[in-house]
Design a protein around this ligand. Structure first.
Ligand code: GLN
Length: 491
């Protein structure tokens, strides 16, 4: 069993093609691993019957030589993706037992290509958070622990279930979404690879909306190659999402192993924070040296508006969230808490259905959009956003191919350790990732080393719009130099 679950997608693809094992065997091995790992709380819904039915169907196709690029590969799906006839909750009480009558475009493309669904993965409620502690199903536990300690650590968020499940070998890859860092930060906390594609690269149709101008779906996988394989199936134009872009989807896997010689890699001085742990700083320098050794040229760059990214994000994202979440009114979906009038019913439903963090965002968002404050906050934040985007454009115009930064300011922290008294403490986790969403750019987080306590740390590469391929090429250089990291099993 261990052999079947510790393979990469690329290896499993070969094994399936060679008939070394069937998708049903592969799927059963993962279902058993999931059952044995309930302590991680990574899955909020296991769908073993569906998984086996999908595996059997794809095995029949493989036998006829009709596989598809993901034929027989078992995946986990973040509970933010609508899955037809399978409960989808965004990990919020307000969605209750909502069962969508439709499938998200991204997941339907995975099934089109032959993948198998193992179940739905935990996430922060409506993807709001950086630790997966705001989920109505409770926190996800990181399979990584500090050396010599049994303290439960967070896997990061909001795609904490995805990251934890992939790191713990419960699924070969997972879908995730990233509004301000929710793919890259949990990837960095669990030594997995996370890709946030260019805004518009993947369809948002059928994904529960958080902040529509920032949300983007992407994969979490165990290797750069696996993330490239998943990306090819997830990406693509969709007439049902007017912000999805009509551009051919490249063969991302072909970018793996391509020479990075002569590429210009920007090192932004504004990402060198006061009080940044020495280990993070060291890793960053090391990562730059690896890329240089592979023939890339390092250049110092400046992204002067970086310091405004987090404050501007915490205006734009809650504003859009308050508008998107207006639809949860007790009439259309899930939970309804009665009241004496329809107004009271709305109030009761929303008060009981939304958790603290979601309520905080709705209040902030409603405030910054209200008459009298709109210009001072929302409009201003949008202008700042344009400046942030221009910082990147100026660098790319000077020939910079990609930008190297740390993925997170620290390694994973303990469950309940952060953000209790001050939510901003939690928000600071995304300091290196939100700029990328604000500018609509692609970014990849790749495991690169460990801190003094043995916890994984990641590096981030930021690319030009729609140039995910360069990120895969560079990401693989980092992966080759750093090696791969697997948590010791304790669960
Ligand atoms: N942590 C950020 C937030 O809470 C980003 C979340 C995300 O990317 N979905 O808004």
């Amino acid at each position: 069993m261990t052999d079947l679950i510790s393979m990469t997608i690329a290896e499993a693809r070969n094994g399936l093609a060679n008939k070394s094992f069937t998708s049903l065997e592969l799927t059963d091995a993962h279902l058993a691993a999931i059952e044995a790992a309930r302590a991680l709380n990574a899955f909020v819904l296991e769908t073993p019957d569906k998984a086996r039915a999908m595996a059997r169907a794809i095995d029949a196709k493989i036998a006829k030589g009709e596989g598809g690029p993901l034929a027989g590969i078992p995946l986990g799906i973040k509970d933010l993706f609508a899955t037809k006839d399978v409960r989808t909750t965004a990990c919020s009480k307000i969605l209750g037992n909502f069962v969508p009558p439709y499938e998200s475009t991204v997941t339907s493309q995975l099934w089109r290509d032959g993948a198998v669904m193992l179940g739905k993965l935990n996430n922060d409620e409506f993807a709001m958070g950086s630790s997966n502690e705001t989920s109505c199903f409770g926190p996800v536990v990181n399979p990584w622990r500090r050396e010599g300690s049994n303290t439960s650590l967070v896997p990061g968020g909001s795609s904490g279930g995805s990251a934890s499940a992939v790191a713990a070998l419960l699924c070969m890859g997972a879908t995730a979404t990233d509004t301000g860092g929710s793919i890259r930060q949990p990837a960095a906390f669990t030594a997995t690879v996370g890709v946030k594609p260019t805004y518009g690269r993947c369809s948002r149709w059928g994904i529960v909306a958080f902040a529509s101008s920032l949300d983007q779906a992407g994969p979490i996988a165990r290797t750069v190659r696996d993330s490239a394989i998943l990306m090819r199936s997830m990406a693509g134009h969709d007439p049902k999402d007017t912000t999805s872009v009509d551009r051919a989807v490249p063969d991302y896997e072909a970018a793996i192993g391509k020479s990075v010689k002569g590429m210009k890699i920007g090192i932004p001085k504004e990402y060198r924070l006061d009080g940044m742990p020495a280990e993070v700083e060291k890793l960053w320098t090391e990562g730059a040296a690896w890329l240089k050794a592979a023939g890339a040229e390092l250049v110092d760059i400046s992204l002067p508006h970086t310091k405004y990214a987090l404050p501007a994000y915490y205006i734009v994202a809650p504003a859009e969230a308050s508008s998107n979440l207006a639809r949860y009114d007790g009439v259309r979906y899930g939970l309804r808490v009665p009241g004496r009038s329809i107004g009271e019913m709305y109030e009761n439903t929303r008060a009981e259905g939304f958790g603290d963090e979601v309520r905080r965002r709705v209040m902030i968002g409603t405030y910054v959009l209200s008459a009298g404050y709109y210009d001072a906050y929302y409009l201003r934040a949008q202008k700042v956003r344009t400046l942030i985007k221009k910082d990147f454009e100026d660098c790319f115009a000077k020939g910079v191919n990609a930008i190297l930064t740390p993925a997170t300011p620290s390694a994973a922290f303990g469950v309940g350790e952060k953000g209790g008294a001050d939510p901003v403490e939690m928000y600071l986790n995304d300091i290196f990732t939100v700029t990328v969403n604000m500018a609509g750019l692609p970014g990849i987080a790749v495991p690169a080393g460990k801190d003094a306590q043995g916890l994984p740390l990641g590096l981030q590469l930021i690319g030009r719009p729609f140039d995910e391929e360069t990120l895969f090429s560079l990401g693989e250089v980092v992966e080759q130099a750093a090696g791969r990291f697997t948590p010791a099993r304790w669960w």
